[in-house]
Design a binder for this molecule. Structure first.
Ligand code: PMP
Length: 407
């Protein structure tokens, strides 16, 4: 049982307090983006009402306040990930942006024809396409770790793919479609044994698991703020300092330079070398508040509560005839994907929406994973700290109604 007072927590999320199609909203699309608590919303308005200014360059009072808040967020993220140096925290626009940065900077500089990149079957498109683009340009080869019927990676097969040709392994920490928690420490250790670097996509892990990039020994770790109760359009790339130092800039422009002449430009130090242009200042500032909000609740308490919902929902869903859960890994976060005999996922989504229940339907940006399971898509319910067992009951009733209408 959780020590959290969920009804009290719900009051921190004004968006939850509304009716959709005449019914109280049930928001089960948290894996796509979770909702923002009042302290985060207030951090945004406080910034714009009180000290909006461009950072680093100004010497006036507001610029100093904005710069201090911006850099305080970097330290907060450093602590959140347990990174060794603050210079290892690069602000990006999100997970997608972070992966593209690594592919375009590290990949283009250091990978050559015949080098191999390993990803997994359960990657989000954002951890597939940037590597495909790189392979096309450089003549590298993409290899894919298969998954079993439960939605777990086949580690024996992974080992067979590894060789001295492997230069990079890019793998998701937690699957957004299946909820599977991958054994990333093992994946990293095995890659390092052949001299390959590892990028971990932490988009789904960040609000559910304790993160420690040093304990994992991850070379790169990427995440999006909007999946951890923070704003959209802001993310983080963590990279080991010596690796980031060796990489060329990704984008050119202001802020990322030391000196510019028409003859030659020298680049700024980390992390600014990778932060060209005016960043997303307000959202970076507000992310610190999101981390504090989660820390106050206790990440372990959040995980316990979500796990209870996962268990309860899994039990309840299996009472429905013709419903099959896709992804039954032993280690899962609160994400349940399922298909129903004779009913298209889109119809399920529409009929649930008519009852005020928000779920995700489709391929969840993991089309190859859907192909692996021989399906076009799933219906996905994903939980956050503010969800309740009563809401799970609403989902089950909603699905019974779907069956009544469609079968
Ligand atoms: N990877 C995973 C596992 C995700 O769930 C997502 C978001 N659905 C992404 C990457 C991409 O994140 P973003 O759209 O914030 O860049």
């Amino acid at each position: 049982d959780t020590p959290l007072d969920i009804q009290k927590i719900r009051q921190d999320f004004p968006v939850l307090d509304q009716e959709v199609n005449g019914r109280p909203l049930v928001y089960f699309d948290n894996a796509a983006t979770n909702q923002k608590p009042l302290p985060v919303i207030h951090a945004l308005t406080r910034y714009y009402e009180g000290y909006n200014a461009n950072i680093h360059r100004g010497i006036h009072h507001l610029a100093e306040l904005a710069t201090a808040a911006f850099e305080a967020s970097r330290r907060a993220i450093q602590e959140f990930l347990n990174a060794k140096y603050w210079q290892e925290i690069i602000f990006t626009y999100g997970t997608t942006d972070g992966i593209n940065l690594v592919a375009q900077s590290y990949g283009r500089r250091f990978l050559t024809e015949g080098d191999e990149i390993i990803i997994s079957t359960m990657e989000h498109h954002s951890n597939i396409v940037p590597w495909q683009m790189l392979c096309e340009e450089k003549g590298c080869v993409l290899k894919v770790i298969p998954v079993d019927d439960n939605g777990e990676l086949l580690l024996d097969e992974y080992e067979k793919l590894l060789s001295e040709r492997t230069k990079l392994v890019a793998c998701v920490h937690v699957s957004n479609s299946l909820g599977t928690i991958n054994p990333v420490k093992t994946i990293i250790d095995k890659a390092h044994a052949v001299g390959a670097l590892v990028l971990i996509d932490g988009a789904q892990a960040s609000s559910h698991l304790d993160l420690d990039v040093q304990a994992l020994d991850a070379d790169f770790y990427v995440l999006s703020a909007h999946k951890l109760y923070g704003p959209t359009g802001m993310g983080v790339l963590y990279g080991k300092k010596e690796i980031l130092d060796s990489m060329p800039p990704y984008r050119g422009g202001g802020e990322m330079i030391k000196e510019v002449t028409f003859a030659k430009t020298t680049y700024n130090d980390l992390p600014y070398k990778f932060e060209a242009g005016t960043p997303n200042i307000a959202d970076v500032v507000a992310v610190k508040t999101a981390l504090e909000y989660m820390a106050n609740l206790g990440k372990e308490n959040i995980a316990t509560h979500e796990h209870d919902l996962l268990q309860y929902a899994t039990e309840q869903l299996t009472t429905l005839d013709g419903l099959r859960i896709i992804g039954q890994a032993k280690e899962k976060i609160g994400v349940i994907s399922f298909v129903m005999d004779g009913i298209h996922h889109q119809d399920i989504g529409v009929i649930l929406d008519q009852q005020g229940i928000a779920v995700r339907t489709g391929h969840h940006c993991t089309m190859p994973l859907m192909q692996r399971f021989g399906i076009a898509g799933t219906t996905r319910a994903s939980f956050a700290v503010y969800n309740t067992r009563d809401e799970v009951d609403r989902l089950i009733m909603g699905l019974r109604r779907v069956q009544k209408m469609m079968l």
